[in-house]
Ligand binder design. Structure first.
Ligand SMILES: [Zn+2]
Length: 176
């Protein structure tokens, strides 16, 4: 009788544990955090942060955050009078320039910032001419004010970071 009660209690515990495991499920993988340093982006610091925020709101597997003091950034952002451009060293690492050449031509600054971050996140230029594509860059009209990656661009980035894909070092220029 005692043994029966004991085994019934053990069964109940086992079921409870099993239930907890079943309802908790596999933990979602934490996103990869990439730190960016916009301290040398001059008058574009706010728009650099906006470009990062755009990506953060659309992808789950990677997040762009301002670099904390004392940490080495993955990404450095600069400003100069040339074309916007990116020098990526590997997936999630490199530096890019907010180039005034395009800003002065009237290209939408948040779109430039999100586009150049897109290169760091593993996306190449795709000069489709479409404003709905973030990576169409300067091939879309100067009047294009879409700063958002389309769903394909966002899912490509998610997939690259899910698999920690190897992306070779590359250089991209706004006008190619
Ligand atoms: Zn580009």
């Amino acid at each position: 009788m005692l043994r029966q009660r004991l085994s019934a209690a053990l069964l109940a515990i086992a079921m409870l544990v099993g239930l907890q495991v079943a309802t908790t499920g596999p933990a979602a993988a934490a996103p990869r955090i990439l730190y960016y340093d916009a301290s040398q982006a001059q008058e574009f610091k706010a728009v650099v942060a906006q470009g990062a925020q755009i990506w953060n709101s659309r992808v789950a597997n990677v997040q762009l955050q301002p670099v904390p003091a004392g940490r080495t950034p993955n990404i450095r952002v600069y400003a100069d009078n040339g074309w916007p451009r990116t020098y990526s060293t590997s997936l999630g690492n490199g530096r890019w320039y907010m180039g005034r050449e395009a800003v002065n031509d009237g290209y939408y600054q948040p779109r430039i910032a999100a586009h150049e971050f897109g290169h760091i996140l593993g996306l190449p230029d795709r000069r489709t001419g479409l404003c709905s594509d973030l990576m169409s860059g300067s091939s879309a009209p100067v009047s294009c004010t879409n700063p958002n990656p389309n769903s394909t661009e966002a899912s490509t980035v998610n997939n690259l970071f899910r698999s920690a894909a190897a992306v070779p070092a590359r250089e991209f220029t706004w006008v190619g």
